[in-house]
Ligand binder design. Structure first.
Ligand code: ARG
Length: 278
């Protein structure tokens, strides 16, 4: 039997030191300050929601001063190789303030049984699950590049996971990570922000998913594409995405709406607040 490329768990990091202190992406305007107490409540309820879908939740410890560490999708990418062994690639974060997150997640992934590759050269950026999204149930990896990750990282992904890599150039800085523009809902269906891709990227997605559901720009800017599928096939998504939620429900999906308002101030939401585990 070939391995089943569907997540069974997630790795999360509590938002103990979460803050917005600089402008790594266009959402980080610092117009309204982070309320850490509200952030903590939103994170706890997101964690519970993921657990309720049947995903097993693992945690790692936050580090003082690592203000973005709650976005555990970014410092690595976990997956399986062709034989079904747990494999991961350590990121090379573009911003120095996030580089301390990498050894922390590498240590935790190693404890969880992953062989973690650290061979991406220092001159090449790669931001893990933020820019690399697995096709549910298939050994195909969509790899976004242009803002935070470099295409030069792709050969490492191909070698470690022995997977087909589909490079997707990100054309619009507002969709600076692939997971702000693409949510692979199931093996046939993806939510996409069409504005984020070039013609060739859109063509690749059309060829590989039977059904592409377009997110309208206003909701795309509220991180509607940064949604994630649970172990039961339900979709966890920010509650601001009302039109997207209605569209998903009309197609028969079970939707679990959560509030990630504090984290959207940092340019993140549901998807990037966890690392999928396989
Ligand atoms: N403030 C974080 C950064 O710019 C947000 C990361 C959100 N992650 C994501 N995969 N979209 O690095």
């Amino acid at each position: 039997m070939p391995p089943k490329y569907t997540p069974t768990g997630i790795l999360v990091c509590p938002p103990t030191y979460f803050d917005v202190v600089d402008r790594k992406n266009p959402f980080m305007t610092m117009e309204s300050l982070v309320d850490r107490e509200v952030a903590k409540q939103q994170w706890l309820s997101l964690r519970q929601t993921f657990e309720a879908t049947g995903l097993q939740v693992h945690e790692y410890a936050p580090l003082p001063g690592a203000e973005d560490m709650v976005f555990s999708a970014n410092p690595a990418l976990a997956g399986l190789n062709r034989s079904g062994d747990r494999a991961a690639v350590a990121s090379r974060m573009r911003f120095p303030s996030r580089q301390v997150e990498v050894p922390a997640i590498v240590g935790r992934l190693t404890e969880l049984g992953y062989t973690v590759d650290t061979s991406i050269p220092p001159s090449v950026c790669f931001e893990g699950g933020g820019d690399a999204v697995w096709h549910p149930g298939r050994h195909v990896l969509y790899a976004g590049y242009g803002w935070r990750s470099d295409a030069a990282s792709h050969p490492v992904l191909a070698r470690v996971f022995e997977a087909e890599i589909v490079p997707l150039r990100l054309a619009d800085e507002r969709f600076y990570h692939l997971d702000t523009a693409l949510c692979a809902v199931d093996s046939d269906t993806a939510l996409i922000v069409a504005e984020a891709f070039d013609q060739s990227g859109l063509g690749e997605l059309q060829n590989r998913f039977k059904r592409l559901l377009r997110i309208e720009l206003d909701e795309a800017l509220s991180m509607a594409a940064n949604a994630a599928t649970g172990a039961d096939g339900s979709i966890v998504i920010d509650c601001a995405a009302q039109k997207t939620i209605a569209m998903l429900k009309s197609l028969g999906y079970i939707v679990r709406a959560v509030d990630t308002g504090e984290f959207r101030k940092s340019g993140g939401s549901v998807y990037c607040m966890k690392q999928y585990l396989y």
